[in-house]
Design a protein around this ligand. Structure first.
Ligand SMILES: C[S@@+](CC[C@H](N)C(=O)[O-])C[C@H]1O[C@@H](n2cnc3c(N)ncnc32)[C@H](O)[C@@H]1O
Length: 257
């Protein structure tokens, strides 16, 4: 979470930022941490910021047509999505992460109306009692599913779908190659994290979560937010795109229910 947050702060200082997150930029300076340990540099920050920009776009689209929605932003880390999107007063927004993360957020971010923090594991069913029912529900999980086991992840998605009359699931995933090659991922390695759930494609979700309909599934290389990256990222994408296992090593998923 520190790595993705630092990427956003570095991006904000670039001549042409991809995300332009002024909250990350301001807050990073207030945390006493050796940020170099994250293995993030300005040059590799687009691997994070293109993803965040992508999910900002999808969330914005949902909120435009559902101005009275409930949002559960799962595994929020230190991300400022609620502040970047600044939804209208009809939206109830919940940022959910482990208690340590939520305690840190409380020290760093101001409060805002219609915005609440939930300190819990996303896999714990009990926090759902705090989420209003009967309204369109958006679940955003960025950089989350790979940290869950398949069973926990599927149970979570089913719980979201069962909670509301309609809504969307928006999340990213790694395929099994991405999970197997996690030792090559410097950010994951340095964080001492372990990745579990590999998702090969939408069938893994549609077959496991009754009631969902695929809206979009794409490789980060094919996302509109990727069009703004530097030449070396485009060159890497050109090499990886023809090989499906590489093209979809990371994936963006969007489902309606
Ligand atoms: C890679 S970070 C991504 C943070 C943020 N979404 C972003 O994109 O910047 C993964 C986040 O998921 C959280 N996380 C992982 N497993 C979780 C769980 N079971 N319950 C709650 N949060 C979890 C971590 O604490 C961390 O904040």
């Amino acid at each position: 979470m520190l790595a993705t947050f630092y990427a956003k702060a570095l991006d904000a200082d670039l001549p042409k930022p991809i995300l332009g997150d002024r909250f990350a930029k301001e807050i990073v300076d207030r945390i006493n941490y050796d940020w170099k340990k994250t293995a993030i540099t300005a040059a590799n920050s687009p691997s994070v910021t293109t993803r965040s920009a992508h999910f900002d776009n999808w969330a914005r689209q949902f909120l435009t047509v559902n101005p009275a929605a409930v949002v559960v932003h799962l595994g929020c880390g230190l991300d400022a999505r609620a502040f970047r999107l600044d939804p209208g007063p009809g939206v109830e927004w919940f940022d959910v992460d482990y208690p340590d993360v939520i305690r840190l957020r409380e020290q760093l971010y101001p409060t805002r109306p219609h915005y609440r923090l939930i300190a819990a594991s996303v896999t714990d069913p009990s926090w759902f009692t705090e989420i209003p029912r009967g309204r369109p529900l958006l679940m955003v999980g960025e950089g989350l599913t790979m940290y869950l086991t398949r069973d926990d992840g599927v149970a979570l998605l089913r719980r979201v779908v069962d909670h509301a009359p309609s809504g969307e699931l928006q999340f990213d995933a790694f395929n099994r190659l991405g999970i197997r090659s996690q030792w090559m991922n410097a950010v994951v390695r340095r964080a001492g994290a372990t990745l579990h759930w590999g998702i090969e494609g939408p069938a893994d979700i549609v077959d496991a979560v009754p009631g969902v309909r695929l809206l979009r599934w794409e490789s980060p290389f094919d996302s509109a937010s990727f069009a703004r990256v530097a030449w070396y990222y485009r060159a890497m994408a050109a090499v990886m795109r023809p090989v499906p296992a590489l093209r979809y090593m990371a994936q963006y998923h969007r489902y309606a229910f």
